[in-house]
Design a protein around this ligand. Structure first.
Ligand SMILES: *Cc1c(COP(=O)(O)O)cnc(C)c1O
Length: 390
């Protein structure tokens, strides 16, 4: 495989282009070629590339305070905590830098709960096809088949079930569980939403069994689904919610949110050098303020409707699946495992798409995507899809 660097550790196969600049919905490579970005930094850059409010916020904060150490309160830490708990309907927050860490912190809180409030129950039920990050423990929590035998031995204590399977709710070892954890819409697995009736049944069972319900909203949170959070879309308040990706909009920021009754950690039990880092807090505050502008969420819903109505007839005529997902986290399946080819062909035409599975295409553009951007995307996707499948 060709590689552009003899210094980088080879971890993946990347196209032979070098990105040098981003502006709104577009990335530009070192040759000055422009790409319409429908992966948005991996469902991260919700406000597009280098939006003014974010670069100004970072610049101003960098001049004021970058890092006061995790041992002090800072103004940003206090303000972000108030804002993110208010908008999410949760009570308490602990910040970190990545989604995997936010999930690790959720696991720690759940295990502490099990140790102190449920006779030592420590297991966590999760779901096949789920994705929760790449630390050794987050990998064990993820239900990804490909990782089954990787980096053994993994952290014990996780059991996996089928999403949307009612029998599997009964099959869970409830007495041994401190928590059930899931992505309300599986993102990396290929955009599979939890069935609302099933999720409500699961939530009720968790309550009855004194077992925490944890939503990994690293991908679904912060407006991605056309609601602030998946918990709002499903009208279920989890005991713990984790955020990443969109909460920093490109800056490394993640959060573990809990209800008041889970404010149970003793000094020293949770920590991390960058928790409440001032640059990250300034970003988080600015992001929440932007998210709360009504036109922002309205646009996500409008773009979803536009994508569904514009794409559906073509997908039907080509034998593709219906579009699944919510807001601007959408996917569809091709009749053949040729999604990688389609992504490659579109890239050559200046459009960035993602194939989370060999036969599926995922759309997760920045949430500021306009009607014209959708049309511009379809101008490339429609002929390429038609060419590939006919
Ligand atoms: C991306 C993602 C993670 C991991 O986030 P990192 O910042 O890469 O550690 C965890 N959970 C979900 C649902 C994700 O989409």
């Amino acid at each position: 495989m060709p590689q552009l660097s003899n210094s980088l550790l080879d971890i993946t196969v990347r196209p032979e282009i070098v990105m040098s600049r981003g502006e709104g919905m577009y990335l530009f490579d070192s040759q000055g070629r422009r790409y319409l970005d429908f992966i948005g930094g991996w469902a991260v850059n919700s406000f597009g590339h280098s939006p003014d409010f974010l670069s100004k916020t970072l610049h101003e904060q960098a001049k004021t305070l970058i890092n006061a150490s995790p041992s002090f309160y800072s103004e940003g830490m206090l303000a972000f905590a108030d804002k993110i708990t208010a908008i999410s309907g949760m009570d308490r927050v602990f910040c970190s830098s990545t989604g995997a860490e936010a999930n690790e912190n959720a696991i720690k809180i759940a295990r502490k709960f099990g140790a102190t409030k449920k006779e030592g129950a420590y297991k966590i039920a999760a779901f096949k096809g789920g994705f929760h990050g790449r630390t050794i423990t987050a990998m064990a929590l993820s239900g990804k088949d490909k990782w089954k035998d990787l980096y053994e031995p993994k952290t014990p204590g996780f059991v996996h079930f089928e999403l949307n399977n009612f029998d599997d709710i009964d099959a869970m070892p409830w007495d041994e569980l401190c928590a059930v954890m899931l992505e309300p819409v599986q993102g990396e697995g290929g955009v599979y939403p939890a069935d609302p009736v099933w999720l409500h049944a699961l939530a009720e069972r968790c309550k009855k069994e004194n077992t925490l319900l944890i939503f990994d909203e690293v991908q679904t949170g912060m407006g991605r689904l056309g609601e602030f959070f998946a918990s709002h879309l499903y009208d279920i308040t989890p005991d713990i919610m984790t955020l990443g990706k969109g909460v920093g909009a490109g800056f490394p920021l993640a959060a573990t949110l809990t209800t008041e009754s889970l404010n149970i950690m003793e000094p020293g039990e949770l920590g991390g050098t960058y928790n409440g880092n001032s640059l990250a807090m300034a970003v988080g505050i600015a992001v929440v303020e932007e998210l709360q502008k009504p036109a922002f969420i309205a646009n996500v819903k409008d773009r979803e409707a536009q994508l569904r109505s514009e794409l559906t007839p073509l997908l039907e005529s080509l034998g593709c699946s219906a579009i699944r997902g919510h807001g601007l986290l959408l996917a569809f399946d091709l009749p053949q495992a040729r999604a990688g080819e389609l992504v490659q062909n579109c890239l050559e035409k200046g459009l960035i798409l993602n194939a989370p599975q060999p036969a599926s295409i995922r759309l997760m553009p920045p949430l500021i995507c306009s009607e014209e951007h959708v049309l511009e995307m379809l101008d490339v996707l429609e002929p390429e899809l038609t060419k590939l499948l006919t």
